[in-house]
Design a protein around this ligand. Structure first.
Ligand SMILES: [Zn+2]
Length: 274
């Protein structure tokens, strides 16, 4: 967005010179007034309201896990990519509820809800994928990891649903271990982000995981490229177990997904102290 804003300003300057050049010398007094009015326009275009919004000036990356069409592209998603000192497959198909509701769709819908809320609060938001389609695959996990830094985000949240034994339920948050040289710079703030997201989920009364983290709903892992390849604070959310009936119910209803989205936004605001 900064790039686009910059080009708008460039366009304004070009328009200004064009206006001055096009004005005949005899119309000097008019030329002085017209460019001044033109230059002033951008300050009226950007509503002053925007700068008073709580997340004005923040930039947030969201990573809706997987892509709906991944299973249609086994060769592409099976290709090894850098994962932080080792290699992993580009991506996986993700899981689904027992009723067939795909993880890719869950992650995408939550991400769109989070995006809308963050933008309404004044943030700039970028998504690793902006479509959810059977005809698409990727991006690969290395690109997802690198995405936050590439778009100049202050943090990235990666959204997933887990696939575990049907009797297990609840959310957990994953942060990267400190592994030199990959994540030593982001491990501490990433854990802080993970804890903030956990607070958001606790506040919305989403149950903590009964099967990861021993009641802490936190997991620190070294094997995830999305985390290892990040150069901005990052945390991965497994919002619940898609194979569990009560979690699946939350995931497949509008109100359930809205609860997840509010929890994510709350966590992000807590992390940013905004
Ligand atoms: Zn996943």
């Amino acid at each position: 967005m900064i790039v686009r804003r910059a080009s708008l300003l460039v366009a304004a300057s070009l328009g200004l010179s064009g206006l001055v050049a096009a004005t005949p010398p005899s119309g000097g007094s008019v030329a002085v007034v017209a460019p001044a009015a033109y230059v002033a326009a951008p300050t009226t275009v950007w509503p002053s309201r925007a700068t008073s919004l709580p997340l004005a000036g923040t930039r947030i990356a969201l990573d809706p896990g997987h892509q709906l069409g991944n299973h249609n592209f086994p060769a592409q998603i099976g290709r090894p990519v850098p994962a932080g000192g080792f290699e992993k497959p580009c991506n996986t198909t993700g899981t689904s509820t027992n009723g067939g509701y795909p993880e890719a769709t869950l992650a995408f819908r939550i991400a769109r809800l989070v995006q809308a809320r963050l933008e309404a609060l004044g943030a700039q938001v970028a998504l690793t994928r902006t479509r959810n389609s059977q005809a698409l695959w990727g991006p690969c996990v290395d690109a997802r990891g690198e995405f936050g830094a590439r778009v100049g985000a202050q943090l990235m949240v990666s959204l997933h649903g887990d696939g575990a034994a049907a009797g297990a339920h609840g959310f957990h948050v994953i942060a990267p271990t400190a592994r030199s040289p990959w994540t030593t710079d982001i491990a501490v703030p990433s854990l802080r982000l993970a804890r903030a997201l956990r607070s958001g989920f606790d506040a919305l009364r989403v149950p903590r995981s009964t099967y990861v983290g021993g009641g802490s709903a936190l997991s620190i892992r070294s094997d995830l490229a999305t985390l290892n390849m990040s150069d901005v604070p990052v945390a991965m959310l497994e919002v619940g177990n898609m194979r569990n009936r009560s979690d699946a119910h939350r995931m497949t209803t509008r109100t359930g997904r809205a609860t997840y989205a509010r929890a994510v936004v709350r966590g992000i605001r807590l992390y940013l102290a905004r």
